[in-house]
Design a protein around this ligand. Sequence first.
Ligand code: CP
Length: 320
Amino acid sequence: MRHLLAVGDLGRDGIEEVLRLTESFVEVGERKIPKVPALRGRTVVTLFFEESTRTRLSFETAARRLSADTMSFSVATSSVKKGESLRDTVRTIEAMGVDAMVVRHRSAGVPAQVASWVDAAVVNGGDGWHEHPTQALLDCYSVRERRGSLEGLRVAIVGDVKHSRVARSDVAAFSALGAEVTLVAPPTLLPPDLTGWPVTASSDLSGTLVRSDVVIVLRLQRERQEQGLLPSLREYRGRYGLTRERAALLPDDALVLHPGPMNRGVEIDAEVADGPRSLVLRQVTNGVAVRMAVLFLLLGAGAGLGEAAPAILGGAAPRA
Ligand code: CP
C-alpha cells in the first residue's frame, strides 16, 4: 500500500494488519518513554486546510513517537493566503524532503489529487463528506479492544450520516470486519440512495438501541438547521439525541463512541459522553497508536513486517 485514502485501500486483511500493529503501539504508548526509532530520518507533514484538534495532534504525536521529524502546515499562516495553488503548495513542501503527507481538506478527493502530484505517501486525514479512514480504524480498534471481535456485533451509527466522512469510513471498516451496521437518521440526513451500502436504515432510535452492541454518535453540524434539514436542535435532540434516558435502553455491555468534537446536550448528553459505556477518550488514546501503525506501514519500515514487528518496536534498526 502506497497511500491510505479510503478504508477500501486496505481490505479486510489490511485492516486486520493495522489493528494487529496498533496493539503493539498501544503497548509502546504505555512505556515510560513512549518512543521507538522505527522511522528515524523520515519526515511527516500534516497539511490541514480545515480545523482539527484530534487528527492533527495525534498524527504529529504518532510521527514523533516513531522518531520521525514533523512539519506542520496551517493554511491561515501560509502562502495559500497570497493565492498559491494547492499543487504548487504541496510540491513546494515535498521539495523540502518529505516522506509522508497527512492531508485534510473540505473537498472530497483532495488527498487523492495530492497523491497524484507527489512521490510522498499520502494519508487522508478527512476529505469533505468522503472518508476519514484513520477515524474508522481507531473506532474499530477501540471496540475490538473491549469486545475481542467485531464479528456479528450490531453497530448503530446515529445522526447526520449524509454529510459524514466518519460514517462512510465506519460503514466500510465495521462491515468489512463482520459487524452488522444500522444507520439511524432523519430522512433529510440520510444519503438519498443507499444502494451498495452494506447497511440497514431506520428512523427508530429507541427500537435500534435495545438491540445494539455499539452506538456511534455523529456530530451534528449546527448549520444543518439553517439549511432547513432540521426543524430545531431541540427537536433533533428529542428524536435522535443519545439522551441519558435513551442510553438506558442499551444492553448492559453496550459501548458508546463519538468521533468528536461533541455537541453536548444536542446529539449526546454529557452524562452519556462521560459515563461508563463511553469510549470517547479511549478513542483519542488509541488514535495515536492507530496512526503510528499507519505511518509505520506506509513508510516502508513496517511493510510486510508480520512476526518481526515486536523486535522493531523494541528498538532494533528499522528495515527501510
Ligand atoms: N474526529 C476528528 O476528526 O476530530 P478533529 O476534527 O478534532 O480532528
